[in-house]
Design a protein around this ligand. Sequence first.
Ligand SMILES: Cc1cc2nc3c(=O)[nH]c(=O)nc-3n(C[C@H](O)[C@H](O)[C@H](O)COP(=O)(O)O)c2cc1C
Length: 304
Amino acid sequence: MEEFRTLVLYRSQHGTTKRYAQWIADALNADIMEASKKTFNDWSFKMTRYDMVLFGGNINERGINGIKDYKAALSKERIDNFAFFCVGSYPASEETVQEHIVDNFKENERAKAKLFYFRGRLDFIGLSWYEKRIMGGLMKAIEKKYEEDRTPIEAELLEAYYDDIDWSDKSYIQPLVDYVKSFMTPEQLAYMEPIAAEKIAERTRIEEEEEAAWEEEMKRREALYYENEAQKEKDKLKKMSKKQREYYIRKKAEREGAESVEELKKAFGVEFEEDIETASDIESLDDYSEHEDPAEEVQEEEKE
Ligand SMILES: Cc1cc2nc3c(=O)[nH]c(=O)nc-3n(C[C@H](O)[C@H](O)[C@H](O)COP(=O)(O)O)c2cc1C
């Protein structure tokens, strides 16, 4: 029995398409390669060694990243079995697939353009300056519309603006995996499946580890942020008079509840005439709200 050989080629700007390509390669025990121009220009690169070649690219302004290079490579080497996949921010539907076929393949190419679409990720924070400009333009156009005129997808994209939304999901690759498997003989399938199962399990383990490490890192950053903020606040209080400090702390208790100021009270030995337990207790204390906020005054002085 000859093993069924699959190659997954991908091009990805922000990593989501790469992640899909890895999931696909694991599920099919395939080779995987980044489809850079260098890859295609390498004389030793031969797609004809494979029984199936998959090309994947992220969608950028309706175009599949790398599609021209893929097609040029296909025209140089005669490959019988190939398919495409692309990753974009719009929800998956037959309509989306058809739109991308029309946008990326000429009429005479469409009969052979087997295309799969997966929903990716929008991480506005991670975009380049140029990409932010393009997306900013799109978002402004959505914002200009009356709320009731926005499509649900437009409303969703607007909500994702300045945020990081990840719609990618391993299960979406299944139709593509099934499509490739339909080319394998029962023997090839029986040989491939246990190896793929191991690779999938290994990838899941790596991803879980990465996620746990990322969560730890986020907690660390958050703790550091609050530590810095607390230090800044203490430095600010040091510059105030006793009365200003007391006023500042009462205001803070009003906003955040008495518990949140315990540490500050201890740090500065601020004594209250009456014990403050809840924010509502404060309302019954002296009416400090008539005064200007001395904390702000101190800040103003610092600025000057
Ligand atoms: C400048 C820009 C243009 C985009 N244009 C489209 C588009 O036309 N259609 C779409 O569905 N998604 C579009 N997207 C969303 C990306 O395709 C999506 O974020 C994808 O997950 C990116 O894949 P990558 O992480 O592999 O680069 C665009 C994203 C950017 C930054």
